[in-house]
Ligand binder design. Structure first.
Ligand code: GTP
Ligand code: MG
Ligand code: NA
Length: 448
């Protein structure tokens, strides 16, 4: 039990917004990492999670002298892609979180995926704060590394302040057109009805302390009930992916309860319920990204809220977006299997497939969903083969079907040679829209 007598779990926060507004870079700024620079094409194509312990948040917000009494153990931030192909992952992230950060590029204002994200959040009545990012790009901005925003603004000349005010007013108007009242956070007297805007720079850190403090204080003030820890396990599968040396693993967000090594679990699978035993509970180090390959910490047990990689046998067909259940001593496994499969219906529509079509293979289930959506669009409209994501055995009659779309996976020389022999064309890319473009050009050519 923490100070104040409340037993709170960590806050789960999702970061959303248009592509390249600076979501990952903002997290890099808080973590002191360079995840963004390592991303293919400079875009995020997976959903990720990072844990920030309370002590780091306290350090980072010290200058605000808010005497931030942190009652939560930490903050778990879920990073989502902004690219239009990944609506599925934005939806998954926003459905999991207690509150969110909506990032807007101050030079661009509201963009299509800003509005899409906004609507996803409103649909679920999720509170959010707006990070008005890239303030350092205002002409003549004077850097005040990691400073609170009011302090940083005081250092700026008249021209910068003017440009800032013009852009801010314009963006407030754009939000109003979406039916939303917004105000710069330190002037916002109607929190809850009027959404707060925190100006930030992910490059030099101005406003980042304000963003962190607002998140934690707002959550602690208005969400005590939601954040009160409960023993019953509440856990969602974020991603399913193969990790060298670990086989197929699942990345999960544990919202409540505890997981232990050796726990028997039930997960929803494409070919029926999966009953397996947790082999290892892995997390990255605090302030490191779960989706980035690195060294993992092994845990005998782990308490919510956390982002965790689980290794276990038989996870190949697990479905992201569904719940993970832990089998207790008095539980009826058959009933649990049934309830695990109840999630199936809601996700089935995303992964339906026809008998004959192209083969697709992807590194994560999230990107598979994005690829399947693309193949369904009217401009392409190509079915996917039954054996999707598993490989292929025979070439197809139709030319457009004799293809394999490989996203972010290695294609071995043998596979290439075999494909050549069989007249099967392999498209391979690690940036999703490049794969789309290659295939679309090919389809257009053979249709002519
Ligand atoms: P997706 O995940 O692909 O949707 O993009 P994102 O929102 O995560 O943006 P990302 O962090 O990839 O940043 C996009 C580009 O903007 C990168 O080149 C960053 O270096 C740059 N950038 C992000 N934030 C800032 C900022 O505050 N100031 C400046 N000058 N550049 C920024
Ligand atoms: Mg990103
Ligand atoms: Na980006």
């Amino acid at each position: 039990i923490k100070e104040g007598g409340e037993n709170l779990r960590s806050i789960i926060c999702c970061i959303m917004g248009h592509v390249d507004s600076g979501k990952t870079k903002l997290l890099d700024c808080i973590r002191g990492t360079n995840v963004q620079e390592g991303e293919a094409g400079g875009i995020t194509q997976q959903i990720g999670a990072t844990y920030f312990p309370a002590k780091n948040i306290r350090e980072r917000t010290r200058e605000l002298k808010a005497d931030a009494k942190l009652k939560v153990p930490g903050l778990l931030v879920i990073d989502t892609p902004g690219h239009e192909s990944f609506t599925n992952l934005r939806s998954r992230g926003s459905s999991l979180c207690d509150l969110a950060i909506l990032v807007v590029d101050i030079k661009h204002g509201l963009e299509p995926q800003t509005i899409e994200s906004l609507n996803l959040l409103r649909m679920r009545n999720t509170e959010f704060i707006i990070a008005l990012n890239k303030v350092d790009r205002l002409y003549g901005w004077k850097t005040c590394k990691n400073a609170p925003i009011v302090k940083a603004m005081k250092q700026q000349n008249k021209d910068v302040t003017n440009e800032f005010n013009i852009r801010l007013t314009d963006i407030i108007t754009q939000f109003k057109e979406q039916g939303l009242n917004t105000e710069i956070y330190y002037k916002n007297k109607e929190m809850g009805e009027t959404f707060s805007i925190v100006p930030t720079s992910a490059k030099s850190g101005e406003g980042v302390p304000d963003l962190l403090l607002w998140l934690v204080q707002w959550a602690q003030k208005t969400m005590v009930e939601k954040l009160t820890y409960v023993d019953e396990v509440q856990c969602t599968v974020l991603e399913v992916k193969v990790i060298e040396g670990h086989g197929t693993t699942i990345d999960v967000v544990l919202v409540n309860g505890e997981l232990h090594e050796g726990d028997q679990i039930v997960v929803c699978g494409l070919q029926g319920p999966i009953v397996t035993t947790i082999r290892a509970l892995l997390t990255p180090h605090p302030m490191k990204e779960l989706r980035v390959k690195g060294t993992y910490l092994h845990h005998k047990e782990i308490k919510a809220a956390q982002g965790i990689k689980i290794t276990a046998q038989g996870l190949e067909h697990a479905i992201a977006g569904t719940s993970l259940h832990v089998v207790g001593p008095d539980d009826d496994i058959e009933a649990m299997k049934e309830s695990a499969m109840e999630d199936m219906e809601s996700v089935l529509s995303r992964i339906d497939k026809s008998g004959e079509g192209v083969y697709v293979q992807t590194s994560t289930l999230g990107s598979l969903e994005a690829l399947l959506e693309f193949l369904k669009t009217p401009a392409v409209n190509i079915p996917v083969s039954e054996g999707y994501n598993e490989g292929w055995s025979d070439a197809r009659e139709e030319k457009e079907y004799a293809t394999i779309l490989a996203f972010d996976v290695k294609v071995t020389t043998e596979a290439r040679e075999l494909a050549d022999e069989m007249g099967v064309k392999i498209f391979c890319a690690d940036i999703i829209y490049q794969l789309f473009n290659q295939f679309q050009v090919y389809i257009e050519n053979i249709k002519e």
